[in-house]
Design a protein around this ligand. Structure first.
Ligand SMILES: [Zn+2]
Length: 169
C-alpha cells in the first residue's frame, strides 16, 4: 500500500492496478457509480483509489461523521476464521466515515501475517468505497486485496484463494 512507481511520479500503471487487471473481472463498479462503464480491473482500481482519496480527505478535514474503530473478540472455531475486519458498504461518495470493526483475536493472533491484515483492512475499506461482495475469486473486492496479500505476485497453486479471502468479511 506504500508503493511508489514510475520513479516516484506515481503515474502510469501501479502493480496493484496491473495485478487487479489480471484477476478482477466482476463487480468492478461501486454501487454509487453511474459514469462511463468500468470495463476492467485497472479502471476499477483507479476508481477505488480516487474514492479512497475523497474519503481520506473528508475524514481528515472532518467533512464526515467521526470514524469509529470498534473491536470485538471472536476466537476462531477450529481453522474457520470469523471476522478479521469488517465494514458496511457505503452507498454515497461523501460524508462516509472510514469506520471498521476489528476482531482483536485475529489481530493478536501470532500466525496472522501483517500483509494478510492489510488485505483484510483493504477489503473493508473497499466496502466503504462502495464495492460489493461476494468475497470470492474474480470479484474486484477480493482480487484487489488478494493482490496486496500476495505482494502483487501471480496466483500459485500452493496458496489457493480461499486461504486469503477467509480474512474478508
Ligand atoms: Zn466483504
Amino acid at each position: 500500500m506504500g508503493q511508489k512507481w514510475n520513479g516516484g511520479l506515481n503515474n502510469g500503471l501501479s502493480q496493484m492496478a496491473a495485478c487487479s487487471n489480471t484477476y478482477a473481472t466482476r463487480n468492478l463498479r461501486p454501487i454509487w457509480y453511474f459514469g462511463t462503464p468500468i470495463i476492467n480491473g485497472r479502471q476499477a482500481t483507479e476508481v477505488a483509489m480516487d474514492q479512497f482519496t475523497q474519503l481520506i480527505k473528508d475524514n481528515g478535514f472532518r467533512r464526515s461523521p467521526r470514524a469509529r474503530i470498534d473491536w470485538t473478540y471472536i476466537p476462531n472455531i477450529g481453522s474457520f476464521i470469523i471476522t478479521t475486519t469488517r465494514a458496511n458498504t457505503a452507498i454515497t461518495t461523501t460524508r462516509v466515515p472510514l469506520s471498521v470493526t476489528v476482531n482483536a483475536y485475529q489481530v493478536d493472533h501470532p500466525n496472522t501475517p501483517v500483509g494478510v491484515l492489510i488485505g483484510s483492512m483493504l477489503h473493508s475499506w473497499l466496502h466503504r468505497a462502495g464495492f460489493l461482495d461476494p468475497k470470492t475469486t474474480s470479484y474486484f473486492i477480493s482480487e484487489c486485496p488478494m493482490c496486496v496479500m500476495r505482494g502483487y505476485g501471480p496466483k500459485l497453486p500452493a496458496t489457493p484463494d480461499p486461504l486469503f479471502y477467509q480474512y474478508f468479511d
